[in-house]
Design a protein around this ligand. Structure first.
Ligand code: SAM
Length: 243
């Protein structure tokens, strides 16, 4: 609570960001295991699809934003040897986990500790930007998308991989049972972090639906925005180009 007793938008956003960062700092050593077990490995297929959509080219510079343990950054570099890839995240423990994996695989990626809402890069720096399961965590989705547009070169490509709520009614029932009842319990057991396991389904419920996200991207300065659902709409892949 601010000392004068008033809440303002900037303060509540800063509080949200601090809570999110602390949560990822705490979960970092178990994050990869959490993903593998709770998605039964499906997230690997989704990541490969996301990198396909980015079409990385050798020699060009790419940003993996909210990069966490650097899986997408690593895949981008593996897909286009010679591409230069920066992985930015505000959780140092998540980046440190990623760095250990990179050291083992010898894939060069530059980790940078940075806030997605205030990126330390000049305008027009990157040919492409990929953000996986990250946008949902930002305190301000619009500001995040505008910052992504800023650091992309004209015509540069943005790929967003994010959870969404399945559009079909029957499957949505099954999804709801798993996501809101099974996942928080199993997730808490794996990670030892019950709040983090509850945060995932809650943050997905609050996040815009796939069609709404497409509109947000267009409003933030992206052209030719398209999206498709993955695994019956548990996740979605969006792509757009900086105008
Ligand atoms: C669910 S993880 C996703 C990690 C990775 N992209 C992946 O595909 O597994 C979300 C990541 O976003 C990061 N994050 C959340 N808000 C951020 C912000 N404002 N600036 C930078 N990183 C942020 C967290 O620290 C966390 O590592």
């Amino acid at each position: 609570m601010p000392s004068d007793g008033f809440h303002d938008r900037a303060t509540s956003q800063a509080e949200k960001a601090a809570r999110v960062r602390e949560m990822f700092d705490a979960i970092a050593p178990r994050y990869d295991l959490f993903n593998d077990v709770l998605s039964a490995g499906i997230h690997r297929r989704w990541r490969a699809d996301a990198v396909d959509l980015l079409h990385p080219e050798p020699g060009a510079l790419y940003l993996d934003l909210c990069a966490g343990t650097l899986d997408l950054a690593r895949l981008v570099r593996a897909r286009a040897p010679g591409a230069r890839v920066v992985g930015a995240d505000f959780s140092l423990p998540m980046l440190a986990e990623g760095r250990s994996k990179l050291a083992a695989s010898k894939i060069p990626v530059w980790p940078v500790c940075a806030d997605a809402l205030r990126l330390p890069f000049p305008a027009g720096e990157f040919r492409g930007l990929i953000i996986g399961f990250g946008l949902r965590n930002l305190a301000d989705y619009d500001a995040g998308l505008r910052e992504m547009a800023r650091v992309l070169e004209p015509g540069g490509r943005l790929v967003v991989l994010e959870f969404t709520v399945p559009p079909g009614r029957v499957f949505r029932g099954l999804y709801h049972a798993y996501f809101h009842h099974v996942l928080p319990r199993v997730g808490a057991w794996i990670s030892g972090q019950a709040p983090a396991a509850r945060y995932l389904p809650d943050s997905v419920s609050r996040f815009p639906r796939a069609s709404e996200l497409a509109e947000l991207m267009a409003a933030a300065g992206f052209a030719r925005v398209r999206y498709r659902y993955l695994t019956r709409g548990i996740a979605a892949l969006h792509v757009g180009y900086k105008d």
